[in-house]
Design a protein around this ligand. Structure first.
Ligand code: SF4
Ligand code: SF4
Length: 121
């Protein structure tokens, strides 16, 4: 099954809450960029300012101390958000491998493939 941005967010939130879906539901961290999408709902009201992919990009920036280069060169390729960390789909205008729910770390090591990456996002 393809790891869409929404599914990636859900997976990440479950990881954040040690697999406890109730804790994800009751998460009060409304400042977290992916909060609106934590329940895997595509339609959220009121409409969020960021699309799921842009929310992931913001989350990764947050995770990387607001250093875009750090986020782009993130070495945690097993993180559910990894493929979308640049705010675009894996494989679209980038060399990042396509991820799936059965993502295997053997698919690639971003620290090496992103060396000459444009750091603007
Ligand atoms: S919205 Fe943010 S803080 Fe809340 S569970 Fe998800 S990742 Fe964790
Ligand atoms: S992909 Fe990297 S930068 Fe983004 S949330 Fe995961 S560990 Fe942090």
């Amino acid at each position: 099954m393809k790891l869409t941005p929404i599914r990636a967010i859900r997976k990440f939130c479950l990881w954040c809450c040690v697999g406890n879906a109730m804790e994800v539901r009751e998460c009060t961290a409304v400042d977290c960029p992916i909060w609106c999408y934590r329940l895997r709902k595509r339609k959220v009201f009121p409409k969020p300012a960021l699309t799921p992919m842009k929310a992931i990009k913001a989350k990764c920036l947050n995770c990387s101390g607001f250093e875009r280069k750090e986020a782009n060169n993130c070495p945690f390729f097993d993180c559910p958000l990894f493929g979308y960390r640049k705010g675009r789909r894996p494989g679209v205008g980038s060399e990042t491998p396509q991820l799936s729910m059965g993502f295997s770390p053997r698919m690639g090591i971003p620290a090496t493939i992103n060396k000459e990456e444009n750091t603007n996002g």
